[in-house]
Write a protein that binds this ligand. Structure first.
Ligand SMILES: [Zn+2]
Length: 162
């Protein structure tokens, strides 16, 4: 994945998150002018671009803005659209340390973004969890949440389905 794709995804998520508050504002009266913008960045993992992510976190810190990072705890090693078995790589201590430093400053809120971010099938779209048995979903979410809570100085209370 190159920088252009990553920045396009960041921009798309920001734009999508802006649409709802603006639409909600349009329905309210002219006296209520507050617009709430939520920033979210997905796919932080042991395989994602650390250089770009460090710069992104620094930009949020510089402007005293917080962001929710969707973190993949055990990222798959191959193509995320390939449902065949793949090895996974747990979040590394280096990547966890970057998150912990940003959590301490209030810059980041961490959410669980799936388990491995690998599709389990292709039926009208790619998905990691849809179609899996409940116990399998629970096992993956529990294992991912446990890893993040062991490595990060925060409780994981948000789930972002991949
Ligand atoms: Zn994702």
């Amino acid at each position: 994945m190159n920088y252009r794709n990553i920045w396009m995804r960041v921009l798309i998520v920001i734009l999508l998150l802006c649409v709802f508050p603006i639409a909600a504002q349009a329905r309210s009266g002219p006296k209520e002018k507050q617009i709430i913008v939520v920033f979210r960045f997905d796919d932080y993992s042991s395989r994602s671009s650390t250089d770009m992510e460090v710069k992104l976190i620094a930009a949020f810190q510089k402007h005293n803005i917080s962001c929710t990072f969707g973190v993949i705890p055990y990222v798959h090693v191959g193509d995320s659209h390939d449902a065949s078995p793949q090895d996974v790589v747990p979040l590394t201590p280096t990547k966890a340390n970057i998150l912990n430093n940003a959590i301490k400053t209030g810059t980041l809120e961490v959410a669980l973004h799936g388990y491995s971010h690998q599709t389990n099938h292709k039926r009208g779209g790619y998905t990691e969890f849809s179609g899996l048995a409940y116990d399998s979903q629970l096992e993956r979410i529990t294992k991912g949440k446990n890893l993040l809570e062991e490595m990060l100085d925060t409780q994981i209370t948000i789930f972002i389905p991949p």
